[in-house]
Design a protein around this ligand. Structure first.
Ligand SMILES: Cc1ncc(COP(=O)(O)O)c(C=O)c1O
Length: 364
């Protein structure tokens, strides 16, 4: 039924497949930044936490009777750690972005979204498309002009703390501009929480920005936090509005109790070990800079490749050497890249080996 479409994808080198990769491969592909996906001690701690309760699964929407004490504990701990009034658990980062864009951009409001915002935010924005303005990637000047050109009852800016494919940080000027204009800021911290800042809290901590009631932070639990699910942190006012209006929160089963417990345990662990992780992150960034001249402010190293075929061949060559690196092609990115993650559980030697192999063939 979709033969022609599949044929076209294959011809363009864009055909995707689910693959099972061996656990023996050195993982420089996943978003498991801190290596917690292998931590059995923390996993067992989460099992112990859940089994204290009679109810072990979510059963219903948060707003029927799916709200579990573990959800509440997670929300309160996360909000307190990050300096927000309130937290809200969400099924996934994808759902969180849909919820934010769809619910918050009301009649008369305008949403200003970075052109490299994640696909989930783009899909959410499509639901309110007549109220959306896209601004040039990380360009505070372009944003300033667009904020002036499109006044709204509320102006809402959507950015990522660390951009998922380029690995670059949202510039501080955008935070400053949002403050000047009293705009609401939605900051997707999927790739910055657990990575940036002294306590690994993310971009607000990295830039030393005092949280106010126009700041909204969302993030996933499927990356540095080593679990699955997501969260939104905001003022009590905004959280209350989302609980009343955001369809992915109202009409979806509450997030998995176990996954939330695992994220809670992992989050506390990260906080406790922040100094050690910070040092490991710094060491990996320093290696990339000293050996390859690449300045990397996050844990994502994008290495541009000549074409889709070269990207796939490079991935196969690395697998043959026991190393797995992401091969990212269009339409996810404009130009194909090897996306190497500086996973802190992988040795500096292995990271250097992988980088040296790719460096030889990348576009410079
Ligand atoms: C920047 C960004 N936002 C949101 C998401 C979606 O989060 P989740 O995987 O929890 O649905 C992702 C990727 O997974 C992401 O990279």
């Amino acid at each position: 039924m979709y033969e022609n479409e599949i044929k076209a994808l294959k011809k363009a080198g864009r055909f995707r497949e689910r693959k099972l990769f061996s656990d023996d491969l050195v993982d420089l592909a996943s978003n498991d930044y801190l290596g917690l996906s292998h931590n059995k001690k923390l996993f067992k701690k989460a099992v112990k936490l859940v089994t204290k309760y009679d109810t072990l699964s979510s059963k219903a929407s948060l707003l029927v009777n799916g709200y579990h004490p573990i959800h509440k504990d997670f929300e309160e701990t996360m909000a307190k750690q990050n300096g927000f009034e309130e937290g809200l658990v969400v099924g996934s980062g994808y759902l969180a972005n849909l919820a934010l864009m769809d619910a918050l951009v009301r009649k008369g409001d305008m949403l200003f979204m970075d052109e490299e915002y994640h696909a989930s935010g783009v899909m959410g924005a499509a639901l309110v498309k007549e109220r959306v303005v896209i601004f040039k990637h990380n360009d505070a000047q372009d944003l300033a002009e667009k904020l002036a050109a499109y006044p709204g009852k509320r102006q809402i800016i959507a950015v990522e703390g660390v951009y998922s494919m380029g690995g670059d940080l949202c510039v501080k000027d955008i935070f400053t501009l949002a403050e000047e204009k009293e705009a609401i800021m939605i900051v997707d911290e999927a790739h910055s929480a657990g990575v940036l800042g002294e306590n690994l809290l993310g971009i607000f901590e990295h830039y030393d920005i005092a949280i106010n009631n126009r700041h909204i932070k969302m993030g996933t639990l499927g990356k540095a936090y080593g679990s699955y699910g997501a969260y939104i942190l905001a003022s009590s006012h905004i959280v209350s509005f989302l609980v009343n209006r955001a369809k992915p929160i109202i009409y979806s089963t509450a997030p998995s109790v176990f996954d939330t417990a695992l994220a809670l345990v992992n989050m506390k662990h990260i906080r406790k070990k922040a100094k050690t992780y910070r040092e490991k992150i710094n060491a990996r960034q320093a290696l990339v800079e000293s050996s390859f001249g690449l300045v990397c402010a996050s844990l994502i190293v994008p290495l541009e490749m000549p074409n889709n075929t070269a990207t796939q061949e490079m991935q196969a060559a690395l697998i043959a050497k026991g190393i797995l690196v992401g091969a990212i092609r269009q339409p996810t990115v404009e130009k194909p890249i090897m996306r190497l993650i500086l996973n802190v559980s992988v040795s500096l030697t292995k990271i250097q080996e992988a980088l040296a192999l790719i460096d030889h063939n990348r576009v410079k």
